[in-house]
Ligand binder design. Structure first.
Ligand code: AMP
Ligand code: MG
Length: 390
């Protein structure tokens, strides 16, 4: 049995980044950039008006003759004299000599001339060329997550294709004779299968959208056969259940017989002790405990950073937070505890039900509070570390 920190280290050491792919910007949401992107143009590409109003050469003068108009999309070589102004609209090209735009609300105008009633400052309402970004400047560093705003920014620079890390193909293999699909009638001795939809949802939070689910009964032959097919196809394999020490737990044996190298088995923690981590070629296998709260805890602690690492993120772990305990906590187990908890701006409260079999408190928790294995007592008001979730 190893400690949590060792388990995290082994996973990090065995995880390599996904191969790269070129992708159209319009389809790149949720991918992570694998290259530095430079801007092919300056943005704005020319001096733009930030207002509907009038462009002129700033001076003490309040009255100007109107000599033309510049609409968004137009380009003119008009030459302004000191006593001349041009009607202009938001986003339009500001004629070369003009240095200031006055908003139309601050002007009295007729067809031929304008009178500025509130004089703007010199250079007001003119967006300078390259104000957002200059040509050849860095748009994004490698390892940046592509968000809707990032897609908009790339598109406004005319960029249509980028190089990203491929997303890993992830699958879930569910084991357990007792499991029935929600929606079907519950039979005696059976329970509803909930780990697969829970893990699928957790995967979606990292941008892994479609995850195929395989199911097997608790028997070695079927588990081996399913794993053989799965191991050839996927980059990340999550197995649910069958990894403990019961007579009907066949997952470890089936993995080893399929040529999976064991990298660790069992972690000194609660919940989530019976977990297996292994690899075969570049595929990583996480055999998670069947108990639902253990399964999800280990997803957040181990699977989440491993997948984010493969996807190219530079920050892979859930960001840690520190809060004051609102009541004393003791840990007589000698194990690292991950406790379902609720934090607010200053404090954290440990929730009631901490059983590995139960999701009731997990379902309303916003964090996992970490109590290290070598800490026995924590007093009310002491600072503790937690992982915010959801
Ligand atoms: P196992 O790890 O297979 O021994 O399962 C531990 C406990 O978790 C048992 O009570 C199982 O019934 C339950 N369990 C296992 N897999 C699932 C699942 N997919 N959905 C809900 N409960 C499960
Ligand atoms: Mg089982």
């Amino acid at each position: 049995m190893i400690q949590v920190e060792e388990a995290l280290l082994i996973i990090a050491e065995n995880s390599i980044k996904m191969p790269l792919q070129k992708i159209s910007v319009s389809k790149s949401l949720g991918y992570v950039l694998a290259e530095t992107v430079y801007s092919p143009i300056a943005m704005p590409p020319f001096r733009q008006s930030a207002m509907d109003g009038y462009a002129f050469i700033h001076s003490e003068r309040h009255q100007y003759d109107l000599v033309g108009s510049s609409q968004a999309g137009d380009h003119s070589n008009i030459k302004l004299k000191p006593n001349e102004a041009v009607r202009i609209f938001t986003g339009a090209f500001v004629p070369n000599d003009a240095d200031t735009v006055v908003m139309q609300e601050h002007v009295m105008a007729n067809d031929k001339s304008i009178l500025i009633t509130i004089m703007p400052e010199h250079a007001a309402n003119v967006r300078s060329k390259g104000e957002q970004i200059n040509q050849e400047e860095v748009v994004f560093d490698a390892n940046t997550l592509i968000t809707p705003a990032a897609i908009g920014f790339l598109a406004c620079l005319g960029i249509t294709e980028i190089t990203v890390y491929k997303k890993p193909k992830v699958t879930i293999l569910v084991t357990g004779n007792e499991l029935i699909k929600p929606g079907k009638k519950l039979k005696k001795g059976k329970i509803y299968e909930s780990n697969s939809v829970m893990l699928q949802a957790a995967l979606q939070t990292i941008g892994i959208k479609k995850t195929k689910v395989y199911k097997v009964e608790d028997n070695l032959k079927a588990t081996k056969k399913a794993l053989k097919e799965i191991l050839a196809k996927y980059d990340i394999v999550l197995v649910s259940g069958g990894i403990s020490v019961g007579d009907y737990d066949f997952v470890k044996e089936a993995l080893l017989e399929n040529g999976v190298e064991e990298l660790f088995y069992k972690i000194n923690q609660k919940p989530g002790k019976p977990m297996f981590f292994g690899s075969k070629k570049e595929t990583l296998i996480f055999a998670l405990p069947g108990n639902p709260a253990s399964s999800l805890t280990n997803f957040y602690v181990y699977v989440y950073p491993a997948i984010r690492n493969r996807m190219g993120f530079s920050e892979t772990h859930l960001p840690k937070m520190v809060r004051k305990l609102n009541a004393a906590v003791s840990n007589s187990t000698g194990k690292t505890l991950f406790l379902k908890a609720l934090y607010n701006e200053t404090h954290v409260e440990v929730l009631g039900s901490q059983s590995s079999a139960m999701l009731n408190s997990f379902a309303i928790a916003n964090s996992l509070l970490i109590i290290p294995n070598d800490i026995e007592n924590l007093k009310k008001g002491e600072l503790v570390t937690l992982l915010p979730i959801n």
